[in-house]
Write a protein that binds this ligand. Sequence first.
Ligand code: KIV
Ligand code: ZN
Length: 512
Amino acid sequence: MSDQLIIFDTTLRDGEQSPGASMTKDEKLRIARQLERLKVDVIEAGFAASSNGDFEAVQAIANAIKDSTVCSLARTNDRDIARAAQALQGAQRARIHTFIATSPLHMEKKLRMTPEQVHEQAKLSVRFARNLCGDVEFSAEDGYRSDMDFLCRVIETAIDEGATTINVPDTVGYAIPELYGNFIRELRERVPNADKAIWSVHCHNDLGMAVANSLAGVKIGGARQVECTINGLGERAGNCSLEEIVMAVKTRRDYFGLDVRVDAQHILAASRMVSQTTGFVVQPNKAVVGANAFAHASGIHQDGVLKARDTYEIMRAEDVGWSTNKIVLGKLSGRNAFKQRLNDLGVVLESEGDINSAFLRFKELADRKSEIFDEDILALVSDEGVIRHDEQFGFVSLAQRSETGERPHAVVVFTVQGKEVRGESDGNGPVDATLKAIEGHVKSGAEMVLYSVNAISGSTESQGEVTVRLQNAGRVVNGVGSDPDIVVASAKAYLSALNKLQSKADRVAAQG
Ligand code: KIV
Ligand code: ZN
C-alpha cells in the first residue's frame, strides 16, 4: 500500500456550502492559487452544474492551476457529469467527482429510489464519467450509515466501471473513530476489486470528531486520501480541518508512517485568506492556526519553552507560517516592493489598474499605521473596490460624533452603482448609528444575524476586522471590512454584505 496520503481540499465546494460562505469567482481563484502554493494534491473547485457562477469558477480555476488536480462535483446524471467535464476542459489534471446517496434513509426519503435504481445509476454514471475523464471519484453519500452488503456491491460496480478513487463519507458526522476505521477496513476487505482504487475518507464535524474519524479511516481503514477544508469550513459544524490533518500526519510520522506533499509553511496564509474572504473568524484556541495556538501564557510554560522549546511545543510555529507574521512594509515602501509582496502572498490582481488602486489604499493605510503586516495586505485586497469594480455599493467616507451622555450620530457617504449618496442617522452607539445611516438609505430589509470585531494583527494599533452576517429572503451572506477605525470597518463590512446579498439575488435570478 502507498505511503503517500493524498490531500483533497474541498474548501471551495463543501466549505462554500456553509451559510454565508459563498465566494465570488475572483475570491475562489485567489484561494485556489493559495491551495496550489500549499501543494494540496486535489482542489475541488466547485459543483459546475449547480449554477453558471460555479461553472465559471471551476473553469477559471481549471485554466489557472497547473500543479494540483482540479475537480468538480457532479450528481450521478449525464447533464451534471458533462457540465463538470466541460468546465474542466482546460485543466492540466482533471477529476470528475460523482456522488449518490446509498443509505436506506437517503435513498427512500430523499432520492425516492430503490437500492437497485441507485446501484444502476451509480454504474451508468461512473461509466459515462470515465469516458470523459481518466480520473473519476465515486462517493457514496451518507456511506457510513449505509448497509454494508449493499455498499460493497455499489462500490465494486463503481470500481469495475473505472472509478479511480472511492470515497466513503460520514455525511452527518455520526461516526466514532474506531468504528469508522473498522468500517473502512471491512469495506476494503470485502470489496473484491478494492485494490484497484484509492480509498478516501470525508468526515463532517457534528460531534467534533471529523479529524479523529479521518485519521482512524487512514490508520485502521487504510484510506489514502483525506477530504478536508481550510479552517474546517463547512456546513453545520464543518468538515475535517486540513491544517489539523496535515500537521497530525507530519508531527506523528512515527505513528502514521505517511508522507504528505503539502508545504505546511503556507498553512497560516491560507487560513487567513479563507477567514477574511468568508468572514468566518478562526477561534483563538483553534489548533495550528488559532491566535493562541503557539502562545504560552503561564509562567511555568514560558520558563520551560525558554529553557528547551520541546518541553511544551510539539510543532514549530514557523513551520506552519507563523514566522511570516512580521512587519513587511511601511510608508516608504514603493510600488515594486508592494507588488512583490502581493506576489509572495499569492494575490494576483488582474490589471495594472487593480494594482494601482490597491497600492493607493496601501499608501493611505501606511500613513495611518506605521507597521504593515501581511494580514493588513490581505485584508486590504479582500476589501471592496480592489478586486471588484462591478459592485452595487462602495464606501466613500464617514463622519460620526459620539460623546458620553449624547446619542451618537453618523453621516455616511457611499456609492450606489457609482453615484454618491449620503445617509444620516442616530443610534445606540457609533456602529449602530453608522449602519442605520446606510440601511436608512438602502432599505434592504435584511436582518443582521451576526456582528463581530477582530484585531487583525494583535495590538490596538492594528486594523479592526469586522464581520457582518445578513439574512434576507432565505439568503445568508457574510460581509467583511477592515480599517484602523472599527466604525469605518463596520460600514465597509455592512456594504460588503449588501453587495453579496445583491449578487446572490442576481445569480438566483439568472438561474431562473
Ligand atoms: O458529505 C458528503 O457526503 C459530501 C459528498 C457530496 C461527497 O460532501
Ligand atoms: Zn461533505
